[in-house]
Design a binder for this molecule. Structure first.
Ligand SMILES: [Zn+2]
Length: 306
């Protein structure tokens, strides 16, 4: 069985090699991720969840936080969102530049989408007009303050306009985590913050869709990457546990752990701020929150703003 699968894979690979001469420069390797990938993605999931927790501290979101129906949908939505970490190594730099991404809209956009008409089963990664995107991009950028602080060579991926990007994904997948991360990386290349020709490593919580696969291949080709590897977890859907691969096991553990984390954090009426090194830093965030009015908290502006 395995052998047969191997032969089929080899045949398919050979076919793709012949068919895809346009992608000759950078062959992208797709590998089912295991325990290491799971560990990295758990960190990613926590990072993005913390931002939601912090954003939900704003008094304007109190009606949402106190509504069990909406919070249930948010928990479900959060569990289904894709997280991705993109690492870019270049010119013998000791550590890679790291990009942290999640699929979907801005935090405020997500809450609005759920409150308005959002179905917990749907994906908000795949819909929306370009006009709606512009507003969402603006909100997403402004939400930088809700994310835990990162190291000097790390980037929280924000949504970006299509303009100026050489990546041409299928329009419906513009909010996928991998694509957003590649756009951010591309912007850094265009600003000469990092040079082209580096090594790309992507960790993502599910196998990339056709659109993202194409975008990754195109990216590797356009920016003359020396190598590109995608480590993705593989869903356990419809597979008996006894036949799980190490990647499916890692996915299952990731999913279960993430659900526990989300259920503990997005509790109706009781969402706590998260991801700060100190109370002062947390206070700084609350003060920075637009329109936050509380006599007790009106003290000097925190120096923790990046
Ligand atoms: Zn995708």
């Amino acid at each position: 069985m395995n052998r047969h699968l191997h032969t089929m894979r080899a045949a398919l690979a050979a076919f793709l090699l012949l068919a895809c001469t346009w992608a000759a420069a950078g062959a992208v390797e797709f590998l089912p991720g295991e325990a290491n990938t799971k560990g990295i993605l758990e960190e990613e999931a926590r990072f993005h969840l913390h931002a939601f927790q912090n954003a939900l501290q704003h008094p304007k979101h109190a009606p949402f936080v106190n509504d069990e129906n909406l919070m249930g949908k948010l928990r479900d939505h959060t569990l289904r969102s894709t997280v991705a970490r993109v690492e870019y190594r270049y010119n013998g730099a000791r550590t890679p530049r790291i990009y942290h991404a999640r699929s979907g809209r801005s935090i405020a956009g997500t809450l609005r989408w759920i409150a308005d008409a959002g179905s917990s089963a749907g994906s908000d990664s795949t819909s929306g007009s370009e006009g709606g995107w512009a507003a969402d991009i603006e909100e997403d950028v402004a939400e930088a303050r809700f994310y835990p602080r990162l190291g000097a060579n790390e980037v929280r991926v924000a949504a970006r306009p299509h303009v100026g990007s050489r990546l041409r994904p299928f329009a419906r997948h513009g909010r996928d985590a991998e694509l957003k991360a590649l756009r951010e990386l591309e912007a850094d290349l265009n600003k000469a913050i990092i040079p082209p020709g580096g090594e790309l490593e992507i960790f993502v919580s599910q196998p990339p869709c056709v659109s993202c696969t194409q975008a990754i291949t195109q990216f590797a080709d356009t920016y003359k990457l020396r190598s590109a590897v995608v480590h993705h977890l593989t869903s356990t859907k419809d597979v008996p546990a006894a036949r799980w691969s190490a990647s499916q096991k890692a996915y299952s553990e990731f999913f279960t752990g993430r659900r526990t984390l989300i259920n503990g954090a997005l509790v109706t009426g009781r969402v706590q701020a998260a991801g700060f090194r100190s109370e002062t830093e947390a206070l700084g965030l609350l003060e920075g929150a637009e329109g936050f009015q509380s006599g007790r908290m009106k003290v000097g502006k925190s120096a923790c703003v990046p």
